[in-house]
Write a protein that binds this ligand. Structure first.
Ligand SMILES: *Cc1c(COP(=O)(O)O)cnc(C)c1O
Length: 478
């Protein structure tokens, strides 16, 4: 790509402003104005080529053969679902409900469908992401305990060590103390330890946050015992449903004794994500937690839809515009495209591809736990450690071949978590497993080659911590 300053030509431009239809406003104060604005002068075509070029320098959902990002469920979004939000592009969140009946009906129907899929009495689309949904659920649980006069005593949230980092963060943000429950050697929750903790301090526990299947890719068969045990001690159970792609139209969280759960529409329900969003969450609640759901709630009265604030026990409002509505539209379109049978097939195929990929990778890298997995699995970087290489070096080699990187160092520091999803073809999985095997073989002969990868990307290795702490967002033309 030629740098912009070389493309710049005096007088080139790509826009023409319409004639003013309102009185001109006074200029900004002189102190805000720069004497010289050194912007490149480019035609519209130059600018488009610049941004297209940059987009191709990145991996993308349409350009990468596989998106094996474990726990994140990177489903291919059909074009029809991507186009659906355009139908609603003219809506404004503050326009009167009687002029937005179609949008409200869509939200109402989507909440009903998602409640049905998860086994909830009702739910809310207000949270903007998974973590935001967890926080919503924690607030709801706190309000529930308060309604029973137990909020002062129940100050602890128990979380398995396999949980996503957002779980403890959400509990802490809601003001709870977090206590970790370990997993056993098979990757299941250490049930005996949970019993022990509850015997010791059951009456101080507000909630248990479980992920089913867990981010180890394992379905905990003891789930009904776990939820019953917590209920005996007066605690509530939240289920992190980010891994629901493994269960659609097969398992309902409500049937497992879960009190409140979330779905990530940008994972299980086809809304594209990556690069930070926009996401969309859904919180589903059992009957006794419904009064605490966020307001406004979309309600149907005499065939008309309205936004109701008439819920005195509600935790209040969490999003300024009822959530990421256009993402909800995409999820709705995706649900209509798949249909009920499609979701059953999707979870079946997700588990099949998950196991197939896990088995293929296990030929080269040892699996973290024995046996079958659900939709995702973890393999360890043990053979690379012997060469003084780490899991991070391996993924740099994977990125070098045009793949989106799988999840590394979570939930196990020396592990790679891969999730092919139901949209991966067998050919893509075979190709990926072969490529990983070849990278490992090449590294055994030449460890420095892998340590220096990626070799083919426009940028090499970043100082990730520094990029996080001191991000530079301003582009300057020198
Ligand atoms: C992605 C994920 C979350 C958080 O969801 P966000 O939308 O990224 O906030 C929580 N738990 C698990 C298991 C996840 O995979």
């Amino acid at each position: 790509m030629k740098p912009l300053n070389e493309l710049s030509r005096e007088g080139a431009g790509g826009y023409r402003l319409p004639k003013l239809e309102v009185p001109p406003q006074p200029q900004l104060p002189q102190s805000y104005l720069r004497a010289e604005l050194k912007l490149p002068q480019l035609t519209e075509h130059d600018v488009i080529r610049e941004f297209m070029g940059r987009s191709h320098a990145n991996t993308s959902v349409d350009g990468s053969p596989l998106f094996p990002l474990g726990s994140c469920t990177m489903i291919y979004t059909p074009i029809a679902a991507r186009k659906a939000p355009e139908l609603f592009a003219q809506l404004h969140p503050l326009q009167p409900a009687q002029t937005a009946q179609g949008a409200l009906k869509l939200m109402h129907d989507l909440e009903r469908i998602l409640s049905e899929m998860g086994g909830a009495a009702a739910g809310s689309l207000q949270p903007a992401a998974g973590a935001h949904s967890e926080l919503t659920a924690m607030f709801m649980i706190a309000a529930y305990h308060k309604s029973k006069g137990e909020d002062k005593q129940r100050r602890v949230v128990l979380i398995p060590d396999s949980a996503h980092g957002t779980n403890p963060a959400s509990a802490a943000m809601a003001g709870y103390a977090v206590e970790t429950v370990p997993s056993d050697k098979r990757g299941r929750l250490d049930y005996a330890r949970l019993e022990e903790v509850l015997r010791e301090k059951g009456e101080s526990v507000a909630a248990f946050m479980i992920t089913q299947p867990s981010t180890y890719g394992i379905y905990d068969e003891k789930i009904n015992d776990i939820t019953a045990l917590l209920h005996r001690h007066g605690a509530q159970v939240f289920c992190d449903g980010a891994n629901f792609a493994a269960l659609t139209n097969r398992v309902k969280f409500g049937d497992l004794g879960v009190d409140v759960f979330h779905f990530n529409l940008h994972k299980t329900f086809g809304v594209p994500h990556g690069g930070g969003g926009p996401g969309a969450g859904f919180v589903g609640a059992a009957e006794h937690l419904v009064p605490f759901l966020p307001v406004p709630r979309v309600e149907e009265r005499n065939g008309r839809f309205e936004l109701s604030h008439d819920h005195p026990q509600s935790i209040g409002t969490l999003s300024s515009a009822y959530g990421n509505f256009l993402a909800d539209v995409m999820a709705y379109a995706y649900i209509q495209l798949l249909g009920s049978e499609g979701f059953r097939e999707a979870s079946g195929v997700a588990v099949l591809t998950g196991n197939y990929m896990h088995r293929m990778l296990s030929e080269v890298l040892p699996p973290a736990f024995p046996g079958l997995v659900m939709h995702e699995g973890i393999v360890l970087d043990t053979p690379l450690r012997k060469l003084s290489l780490k899991v991070m070096d391996l993924v740099k080699g994977i990125i070098d071949l045009g793949y989106y990187a799988p999840t590394v160092s979570f939930p196990l520091g020396n592990g790679i978590l891969t999730e092919p999803t139901h949209s991966a073809s067998r050919g893509a999985i075979d190709g990926f497993a072969q490529d990983v095997a070849e990278i490992v073989k090449h590294a055994e002969q030449d460890p420095l080659w892998l340590a220096a990868s990626p070799h083919n990307t426009p940028a090499r290795r970043f100082e990730e911590a520094k990029a996080n702490r001191n991000p530079v967002f301003i582009w300057r033309w020198h």
